[in-house]
Design a binder for this molecule. Structure first.
Ligand SMILES: Nc1ncnc2c1ncn2[C@@H]1O[C@H](COP(=O)(O)OP(=O)(O)OP(=O)(O)O)[C@@H](O)[C@H]1O
Ligand SMILES: [Mg+2]
Length: 244
């Protein structure tokens, strides 16, 4: 980049973001006054104990929910005030989601599960099939396209789910405990896949995890506690993500 280029706009800029749930007369402060930026191409792990607000934060990043106060800027646009149509379009075209449950359709093969995510775009069937093969190849599953999910290991099923999440060529991949149903070795492989995807084309990856080993593989760890981001200078790397 030349010295005259302005600073690139961060993928995300969170300004004083809070999310409060009203529950049976009480209030739950799931996310409290979070201010943070995430740069394009970053691979961020969100760690922290159960109930600390990790999933809520990810849902705000993915436009699945809106903050109660504060703003979430995505590529400079404020998602908190965006209309439902624009927000839906962002979710569809710009974000890819991966969850702990693989959520594959059991009666469809691996390739068909990925193709379903391509179908809304239309185009020729032959082009879609070659796109599916490319996506399966990018997660190391090119030879398993014909298998039903029940004939795949957990790690392989999660790879299919990642390939499906990549179908819309998302700028951002958001994963909530993607290794939660996997043994630690398979989980480590899945994290390698996710992180390798952040290295390509400046795609940004945000992974929520309880697992210290998973968190340690990311470029950056954001640790949450009681809805807040714990300032990183309070953390020694060796203790980040430890189970609490
Ligand atoms: N829809 C909701 N309605 C009411 N309270 C909610 C809702 N979703 C989350 N909460 C509460 O907000 C807080 C943060 O929840 P969140 O799911 O973000 O935590 P988490 O860090 O992802 O936890 P875990 O590691 O168990 O998945 C918790 O106290 C939770 O009970
Ligand atoms: Mg959660």
């Amino acid at each position: 980049m030349s010295v005259t280029d302005p600073d690139p706009v961060p993928v995300y800029e969170l300004r004083d973001v809070s999310k409060t749930y009203e529950l049976g007369g009480g209030r739950v402060h799931a996310v409290r006054e979070v201010t943070a930026t995430i740069a394009a191409g970053d691979a961020v792990a969100v760690a922290g104990p159960s109930g600390s607000g990790k999933t809520t934060l990810l849902q705000l990043l993915g436009g699945l929910d809106r903050p109660t106060s504060g703003s979430v800027l995505f590529e400079g646009r404020d998602m908190s005030t965006m209309g439902d149509g624009d927000l839906g379009a962002l979710r569809l075209r710009t974000f890819g989601f991966v969850f702990q449950q693989f959520n594959l359709i059991p009666t469809l093969t691996a390739a068909q599960n990925v193709e379903v995510a391509l179908a809304p775009r239309g185009g020729r069937a032959a082009d879609r099939r070659s796109a599916v093969l490319g996506l399966l190849d990018s997660v190391g599953l090119a030879s398993r396209g014909d298998h039903l999910p029940s004939k795949l290991s957990g790690g392989e099923q999660q790879r299919v789910a990642i390939a499906r999440a990549l179908a819309n060529e998302p700028h951002v991949l958001l994963a909530d405990e993607p290794t939660g149903n996997l043994d630690s070795e398979t989980g480590a492989e899945i994290i390698e896949v996710l992180l390798s995807l952040s290295a390509e084309g400046r795609r940004t990856v945000v992974v929520v995890t309880h697992d210290a080993d998973v968190a340690a593989r990311a470029h950056r760890i954001v640790r949450m506690h009681d809805g807040r981001i714990v300032p990183s200078d309070e953390l020694a790397p060796a203790t980040i993500g430890s189970h609490s």
